[in-house]
Design a protein around this ligand. Structure first.
Ligand SMILES: [Zn+2]
Length: 266
């Protein structure tokens, strides 16, 4: 069943703005996404884990970014359309698909409609792994904390039976793994969770920075120092793990291995 927004014919990097009523496409498992990363605003995901998503894309994984809001208004962006164009270019740099939802920037709240909207996207994209915010971000947007709670709930709602009427009639989907990302300037660890690990992004750090730089309205010349700080944070995170650059993730559940040697020396 194809609806208003079909992903089947989408090209990598293609951007679609979707309202809740437009998410109506069923997908076969061949079309399922390996990873969906959820941010509150376009640029959150790039700053948190753009290097990882680029590396996954290079490996042939099917990856999408979902932004809960369009991130507008912001002080230096002339219009939402400009920000969306920046977001599309950034997704193209990383080699991933992107969906920008129409929840309200600056007043994003964890409520039932927001949970159902994102769960509907999960039922449509059918990701194996969902990555999203892992806690509060003091001094930054409170939308981030709300995004974490919406994402947690949507992962759960996605698999609930006998409730399809809230998800455009789409079948249930169980997300097998959920991970939390850390914004580049935040501490790498979340003390309350057991599983921390680092993705080596030595080969994709430059693309991560290139993707962030696509947001010219957010990082004009007088804020370009942010890019150097993102680079420095990635090098510090990677150095701690013995690689050139890295991005930290937290698993709320322990991660098991069946071959310790291969896991430690992939
Ligand atoms: Zn943000």
């Amino acid at each position: 069943m194809l609806g208003v927004e079909s992903f089947t014919n989408r090209q990598p990097g293609e951007l679609a703005r979707m309202a809740a009523k437009k998410v109506v496409t069923e997908r076969s498992d061949e079309d399922a996404y390996d990873v969906v990363a959820v941010g509150a605003h376009p640029d959150d995901v790039e700053i948190a884990c753009g290097g990882t998503l680029a590396a996954l894309s290079d490996l042939g994984r099917k990856v999408a970014i979902v932004d809960l809001t369009d991130g507008e208004p912001t002080p230096l962006s002339p219009s939402p359309e400009v920000r969306l164009a920046e977001a599309q270019r950034a997704a193209e740099v990383l080699g991933v698909d992107r969906i920008v939802l129409d929840l309200p920037n600056r007043r994003l709240f964890d409520d039932f409609d927001a949970r159902c909207l994102l769960a509907t996207v999960f039922r449509k994209l059918r990701p194996k792994v969902v990555i999203g915010f892992g806690g509060k971000t003091p001094l930054a947007s409170p939308d981030h904390w709300q995004a974490m709670q919406i994402t947690d709930a949507a992962v759960f709602y996605s698999r609930l039976t006998k409730w399809d009427e809230h998800f455009e009639g789409l079948p249930v989907h169980t997300v097998q793994r959920q991970l939390y990302f850390r914004l580049a300037f935040e501490p790498d660890s979340l003390a309350e969770y057991p599983g921390h690990f680092v993705q080596d992004i030595t080969a994709t750090l430059d693309r991560k920075l290139e993707a962030i730089a696509c947001y010219e309205t957010q990082f004009p010349p007088n804020k370009r120092h942010v890019l150097e700080r993102v680079r420095a944070a990635a090098i510090l995170t990677g150095t701690a793990a013995g690689v050139g650059a890295g991005e930290a993730f937290v698993s709320p559940r322990p991660i098991a291995t069946t071959d310790l040697v291969t896991s430690l020396f992939p």
